[in-house]
Structure formats: structure tokens, C-alpha cells
Design a protein around this ligand. Structure first.
Ligand code: SF4
Length: 251
């Protein structure tokens, strides 16, 4: 049940619908009520300080145990950037380097992001960068010491959502840019396809504008240099459009 509810929350207006559904179900079935209460307890919500600034939130997130992902990670990787940012970039989760350094997008994908932002004319110090999940989920490689990225599950994304909601509330960006399918489907709806809909502006309660583009790590994984080049062009073009929009909103 909690997995299904988490998935439904991804749709536009889903959170409100799920909240009312939970109340109805809890009234009718004590067993379901127990499960729903447990899924609400397994969330970052109980670690979030009320009315906290970004610094307060970051401090509180450092001790979050809202799901099990903290157990296998080095540290919480909270978002980073100015609270006055007009653009908020949201990825999936920290990677290996980010987990070790405790900062988002500082590994190989971060370097691709830096290059793309520079090409699009966006100053990284003027954006807020974060992830839907704040701990690195990984599995050991069959050989060697490499830690292999594992995609977070619905309930982990759901558990971590209160941190992202607070970041959005604290920054109040004009544009939220989801990078990759995990962020896009968590924030823009389960049926959102980054391949087909990247660069499109969609209605959202998150900010005046929301959109999605490729995740920089997808560019790194492209099998040929031609495909890498093509994906980078798409990424930069989407970011250029965001830059123009942010400029218009700021004018
Ligand atoms: S992934 Fe999010 S909810 Fe889970 S422990 Fe880390 S900060 Fe808390």
C-alpha cells in the first residue's frame, strides 16, 4: 500500500488526493491505518525543524534517519546554493564523490553540469542544486572496491521528500529543473518522459515554472562520443531556455 500511495503522489494534485484517501482508508480499516502510520513514520518529516533556514535544514538533515539509506552512506548530501536563486536544479541522488565530499554535483557529473551551465550562460553560484534523495544508494561491485549506484525506490524518494519541499519553500525559485527521469517522475508525475518532454515547461505547484532535462550522468554513460556530444547539446539547449526564462522573470 505505501508504495502505491507514493507513486500516486507523483501525479499533479496527487499529494492532496493521497492525503484525503489516507484519512478515508484509516477510518475503514485498522490494519491499513497501521500500515499508513508506519509509512508516515518512515519519513524525513520527523527530523525537519519547523520554519528552519537552509542552514538549519542542512544541520538537521545531517542526522536524518527517515529511511535506511543513511546506514550505508558516508553522510547526508544536502542541497547547495544561494537562498535567492531563481533556478533550482534537482537531480536523483548524490554519487560516489558527492557522498565522500558531502556536496552535491562535485564528481564527474558535476563537471559536466558546470560545463553545460557555463555554456548556457548560467552562473552556478546563482543557482540552487540539490537531489530528490539526500543519501547515496549503492551496491558493491562484484570485483574491486567500486561502489555502484543503485536507483532509489519509491518509498525512499517519498521518505526524503520533506527535505526537498523545505528547500523549495526556503528558496522559492522561479524555475525548478528536474535532471533525469527519477527527479522528473518524482516531481512532475509518473508518466513524465524526459526523452519525449525534455525542455517543455509544465504546470506545477513547485514553482511558477517547472521543466525537465537530461541528467548529466546520462551524458557520461552515452556509448559513443557522437551520442555524448548530441546529449550535451540537448542539455545545454534546455538550460539556455531556462536561463532566458529566469532572466525574463527577474526583469
Ligand atoms: S535518504 Fe533522505 S530520508 Fe533517507 S535517511 Fe537520507 S536524508 Fe533521511
Amino acid at each position: 500500500m505505501p508504495d502505491v500511495l507514493s507513486a500516486m503522489e507523483g501525479f499533479t494534485g496527487g499529494r492532496e488526493f493521497v492525503a484525503s484517501l489516507k484519512v478515508k482508508v484509516m477510518k475503514r480499516s485498522p490494519k491499513a491505518a497501521q500500515e499508513i502510520r508506519k509509512s508516515s513514520e518512515d519519513s524525513a518529516a520527523r527530523f525537519v525543524p519547523p520554519g528552519g533556514s537552509l542552514a538549519d535544514l542542512k544541520r538537521a538533515a545531517a542526522t536524518c534517519k527517515g529511511c535506511d539509506l543513511w546506514k550505508n552512506a558516508t553522510q547526508t548530501v544536502f542541497g547547495e546554493g544561494t537562498s535567492r536563486a531563481t533556478i533550482m536544479l534537482v537531480g536523483e541522488q548524490p554519487g560516489d564523490q558527492e557522498d565522500l565530499k558531502g556536496r552535491p554535483f562535485v564528481g564527474p557529473a558535476g563537471r559536466i553540469l558546470d560545463d553545460a551551465l557555463a555554456e548556457a550562460g548560467i552562473d552556478r553560484t546563482q543557482v540552487y542544486v540539490t537531489n530528490v534523495v539526500k543519501h547515496f544508494k549503492w551496491a558493491a561491485a562484484e570485483r574491486g572496491k567500486k561502489r555502484i549506484h543503485k536507483k532509489p525506490r519509491y518509498f525512499e524518494i517519498h521518505a526524503c521528500r520533506p527535505w526537498l519541499d523545505c528547500e523549495i519553500q526556503a528558496v522559492r525559485p522561479q524555475v525548478v529543473v528536474c535532471m533525469g527521469a527519477t527527479a522528473a517522475q518524482a516531481l512532475l508525475g509518473k508518466t513524465f518522459s524526459v526523452t519525449r518532454q525534455h525542455g517543455q515547461l509544465v504546470e506545477s505547484s513547485l514553482a511558477p515554472f517547472a521543466t525537465a532535462t537530461i541528467h548529466p550522468s546520462a551524458i557520461l554513460r552515452a556509448p559513443t562520443s557522437e551520442m555524448r556530444h548530441q546529449q550535451m547539446r540537448t542539455f545545454v539547449n534546455d538550460l539556455k531556455q531556462v536561463a532566458q526564462l529566469a532572466m525574463r522573470r527577474a526583469a
